[in-house]
Write a protein that binds this ligand. Sequence first.
Ligand SMILES: [Mn+2]
Length: 231
Amino acid sequence: MRRVAALYDIHANLPALEAVLAEAGEADLVVVGGDFSHGPMPAETVDRLRALGERVRFIRGNADRIAVGEGRWKAGRLGAERVEFLAGLPETAAVEIDGLGGVLFCHGSPRSDEEIITAVTPPERLERILAGVSEPVVVCGHTHRQFALRSGTTRVVNAGSVGMPYEGRPGAFWAMLGPDVEHRSTAYDLDAAEAAVRATGFPGADELVDTLRHPAAADDVARHFESLATG
Ligand SMILES: [Mn+2]
């Protein structure tokens, strides 16, 4: 592959996804890095991504994994066929990208869709997390903040979150891979997004709109997540 767009933690924020897809047009492939189905527009988001056909590959995040058990609102929106689709997704995917070599896509870490890696993860913990990984580049998400780390010869990249970023400023955050790693942010119309989110009846609408308009400061979030990390 020449150019691969890594879209992580979309959280069923369709307006943010549309803005990113419009900007990622040159990508040969879109890798959806998990946690795309949990949020205000689950069915629409799943369908929009699947419609990319041969140009998309999915991995599942922790919030996609628990799709069935988390309440009638979401299960009703998704319907049985989409829930089954989510259940069948792999947790990781490896893609060969020009200039980078083998790239391993995972949600939390290569060994768990819930494991936390942050910009301040200590080198010893990172080394344990990456034990057994042979690819020179690992792309993760889950903590909703872009970063790039190194552990020995391995690069670890957080692509950021399209739909619910904690970057201290609004926007949709993602990464373009090949021939190097490029962190990107895409602006979109928050007023229109708020109206669309509220129109869905999504139970978490107030909280989500507040997060989109006033995202938490990135460094505070990294320290908070790191304090929760174990292993
Ligand atoms: Mn997650």
